[in-house]
Design a protein around this ligand. Structure first.
Ligand code: 4AD
Ligand code: MG
Length: 474
């Protein structure tokens, strides 16, 4: 096939400050930059303006000479938070804090700032900034979080696309509960003050929009499994919702999840993929977000870079749940939740394994059947499933996945035992009836991944507008 001629690009706008820093050929050139003022220092014969446009952590220094026609207006209005446009010559900076600076010939104040602006130069607590979720991206920390989040999303698609995976857009509205915890938000158009009732007095969902109860999905997995059974290697990446009343630093009611699903695969393939994925995205940050990582290392988690480098150099430990329980029992440590074979691992147990015992991320696999989801493949021992969780320091569970129960009879038995409704889950079972194949997958909590790679303590500070119990503002 003949290739198209490259078309003339129409989208060209103001140059970003990051590009100015990275392109030495621009020195001596006339440039126009636009952004928001971080600080203005009036030195009488000229003023220093620190400008930030979100493209990088560092500000661009602007020199505004008092000979500018609107110098007085600049001093009055180009204050912290104002939006300005600057045209001038890019020069090497004599100062050692920055490589380049712009000597302005024109400064236009696009939007000045009302006196009650709450983001003045001083430091604010993350709690306070949560009440200003619409303005907090203008701070150093949230700018850096936003760039890292963006890079991780890019690296995620890049990782899977390079390996031939198809991105599947699974639905957000569903009638099935993938994890079976009953923590779903209802989606309805019924008038809650005037609910239609059946003769037996129950809510008559046949009158509802979908003709039956519907919910926001907790996971795209069940749907992506259908596509893995046709496209072989697939993933979903989108928002998921959980109505769990968890007020912790690692739970959100709305969070993003990456869920690869691979055909003809075992639990070991699954762990290998998870390890390669994490390696890829962390490496991508080292290549593309050096300045942001250095900022987090200095101001958010001392030793972050060391920790991430250590991860790149030494792969996560892999141990069975049974061995993990042994380690916890032999540790001599008194846990708030006592440990015994069959118990779900609590955050304190996960942290002991990763932070104290192994000092490294840890895959724990082959969990007791009773504490894991219905779709996980039953092991031959009759008491465990081929599940895996990746535990990391501080955050605890970063990923969770399994080999899937691909045997029709076994899955049928499980669904019956657990009283699943075949109208809702029949299609999922049918995947095992027509050309079933061993397959596996996992889910990565995207916000937990951002926490892991930035050291940010609270998950509410790594998503633009966090939703958690009592909070759906902005
Ligand atoms: O372990 P989970 O519940 O697994 C699933 O949903 C599977 N269907 C995934 C799969 O196999 N395709 O959730 C996966 C990950 C967790 O390891 C955790 O990182 C994150 O999602 N997660 C949450 N993140 C933020 N807030 C919450 N409330 C979360 N619940 C789970
Ligand atoms: Mg889990």
């Amino acid at each position: 096939m003949q290739k198209c001629e490259p078309r003339v690009k129409k989208f060209s706008r103001t140059i970003k400050t990051k590009a100015l820093k990275e392109d030495p050929s621009l020195i001596g050139e006339k440039v126009t930059v636009k952004g928001w003022v971080r600080t203005l220092r009036n030195q009488k014969t000229f003023a220093f303006i620190e400008l930030n446009d979100g493209s990088q952590l560092s500000n661009l220094q602007i020199i505004a000479d008092s000979s500018l026609a609107n110098f007085d207006e600049i001093i009055e209005k180009a204050t912290t938070g104002a939006a300005i446009s600057v045209t001038g010559e890019l020069k090497e900076s004599p100062g050692d804090k920055q490589a380049v600076e712009v000597h302005a010939s024109i400064i236009v104040v696009l939007g000045d700032v009302a006196p009650d602006y709450q983001l003045q130069k001083k430091r604010h607590s993350f709690e306070f900034l949560r009440t200003l979720a619409h303005l907090r991206p203008r701070t150093n920390t949230f700018g850096a979080v936003t760039r890292v989040r963006n890079s991780l999303a890019y690296a995620t698609h890049n990782f899977f696309q390079e390996r031939g995976f198809s991105w599947i857009h699974t639905p957000l509205i569903t009638s099935s509960d993938c994890e079976g915890h009953g923590e779903m938000f209802a989606v309805t158009t019924l008038d809650l003050n005037k609910l239609p009732k059946t003769p037996e007095g129950a809510v008559d969902y046949s009158k509802d929009f979908f003709g039956k109860p519907a919910f926001l999905t907790v996971s795209g997995q069940l749907n992506v499994e259908a596509y893995a059974m046709a496209m072989s290697d697939t993933y979903t990446f989108g928002p998921t919702f959980r109505a769990e009343n968890s007020n912790t630093s690692r739970h959100l009611a709305e969070f993003w999840m990456i869920e690869p699903e691979i055909a003809f695969a075992t639990l070991e393939d699954n762990m290998n993929l998870a390890e390669d994925y994490l390696h890829h995205v962390v490496d991508h940050l080292f290549q593309n977000n050096t300045e942001d990582l250095e900022f987090f290392d200095q101001f958010v988690e001392k030793g972050l870079i060391e920790r991430l480098k250590h991860f790149l150099e030494s792969p996560p430990v892999r141990i069975s749940y049974t061995d993990a329980i042994q380690i916890l029992l032999q540790s001599g440590k008194k846990f708030e939740f006592p440990v015994s074979w069959g118990c779900d691992l609590q955050s304190e147990h996960e942290r002991f394994l990763t932070e104290t015992h192994f000092k490294s991320p840890v895959f724990v696999y082959n969990y007791p059947t009773a504490i894991k989801s219905f779709y996980m493949r039953r092991n031959e021992d009759g008491k465990t499933v081929a599940a895996m969780d990746l535990l990391v320091p501080v955050t605890g569970e970063l990923m969770g996945g399994s080999a899937r129960e691909e045997r029709y009879d076994v899955l049928m038995k499980i669904l019956k035992e657990k009283n699943f409704d075949f109208d809702t889950y029949g299609w999922f079972l049918e995947l095992r009836k027509y050309g079933t194949a061993p397959h596996a997958g996992f889910g990565v909590g995207f916000e937990r991944l951002i926490q892991y790679t930035t050291g940010m303590e609270n998950i509410r500070d790594v998503i633009p507008f966090p939703r958690y119990p009592g909070h759906a503002d902005f």
